[in-house]
Write a protein that binds this ligand. Structure first.
Ligand SMILES: [Zn+2]
Length: 337
């Protein structure tokens, strides 16, 4: 009986995943070795294996010398969208219980409130509830827009360049060789940024305080960035400082994994990541030599709620332990953005 159930579940999985798939169109910029192109194809496939969204992500890939200590760099196309439009799209795209919880946490108004700081309105932390542009409008990655069925005119969703100066391991299937970096894993990380794992806090953190509060807009993931700090309690948090920021899909009722807090005013890592060295997932800000990088349940949940639709996957998290074990190795900075 037990065996039969397993067989049925497998059949259902095949039916479920066959119809639609997220796909990638990689275009080379300059000379990119074939084994690097193959690594990108494998990295894209990892995300395609997880999500059923039926669209193509257009990524330009490069291979060249980058600054010391930078493994790779990614830039993503983005566009502004109103909170109302985004929420409606998320509602129409909701396929999981977490999606429903996440959409409900946004309320019904055309404006949202959050803590912020480091702008011309106030250098200190304050509750921004004035309904101005940054309360009504977000800036989301074009790949994230596509996932939500929001129209976009972008022809390229991201450009990712890898450093040719490092020693890379091109084959993660037999582990990552000591002293080398996991090229497929780092490519999967950079693609994760392109898909929408990113924070507007990085712009706030790296600009000077003379910017207006409306010059920095939330990304989709920032809707689920929360803190619990003295004087304010549980709040959506768009603050550049070194206070703890948590992933939460239910208005802070449950505080999940922590995010990084910013290069300048935070913890030294870009806010567009999980907190460093915490074994949370592939969107950790650093990679170590010899470390096998694996997409985790935490990663998947974040992509689910920002607009990606999960395929039925029976045991997706069995390799997380390997990633955690490897974190003990001395780490170095991966890149930025
Ligand atoms: Zn990153």
């Amino acid at each position: 009986m037990q065996k039969k159930l397993v067989t049925l579940a497998f059949a259902a999985l095949c039916l479920n995943t066959g119809a639609f798939a997220l796909s990638f169109n990689f275009t080379t910029s300059g000379s990119v070795p074939t084994n690097v192109q193959n690594a990108f194809a494998q990295a894209g496939q990892r995300w395609s294996d997880l999500f059923s969204d039926n669209f193509t992500v257009n990524v330009t890939i490069g291979w060249q010398a980058l600054p010391t200590g930078v493994l790779g760099a990614a830039g993503s196309s983005s566009q502004n969208v109103s909170l109302s439009t985004l929420r409606t799209a998320m509602m129409n795209d909701a396929t999981s219980g977490d999606d429903t919880t996440a959409v409900n946490s946004l309320g019904l108004g055309s404006s949202i409130n959050f803590l912020t700081n480091h702008n011309s309105t106030n250098s200190n932390v304050y509750l921004d509830n004035n309904g101005s542009t940054n309360n009504t409008t977000l800036n989301i990655n074009t790949a994230n827009a596509k996932a939500l069925g929001i129209s976009t005119t972008a022809t390229t969703d991201a450009s990712i360049t890898f450093s040719s100066s490092f020693s890379w391991d091109f084959d993660p299937t037999n582990g990552i060789t000591s002293g080398q970096y996991d090229l497929v894993g780092v490519a999967a990380h950079e693609i994760g940024h392109a898909l929408g794992f990113t924070s507007g806090v990085d712009g706030l953190d790296t600009a000077n305080g003379s910017q207006s509060e409306d010059s920095r807009l939330l990304k989709t993931l920032d809707l689920f960035r929360y803190s619990n700090r003295g004087g304010f309690g549980l709040q959506r948090d768009f603050v550049a400082d070194n206070n703890a920021k948590f992933f939460s899909i239910n208005n802070g009722a449950t505080l999940g994994s922590q995010f990084s807090r910013g290069i300048n005013l935070g913890d030294g890592n870009q806010a567009s990541h999980w907190r460093d060295n915490s074994g949370i997932g592939i969107m950790d800000p650093t990679a170590a030599p010899g470390e096998l990088m694996v997409i985790s349940a935490n990663d998947i949940q974040a992509f689910d709620v920002i607009g990606y639709n999960l395929k039925a996957v029976p045991e997706p998290f069995s390799m997380v332990g390997l990633g955690v074990a490897a974190l003990a190795i001395a780490r170095r900075k991966r890149k930025n953005s």
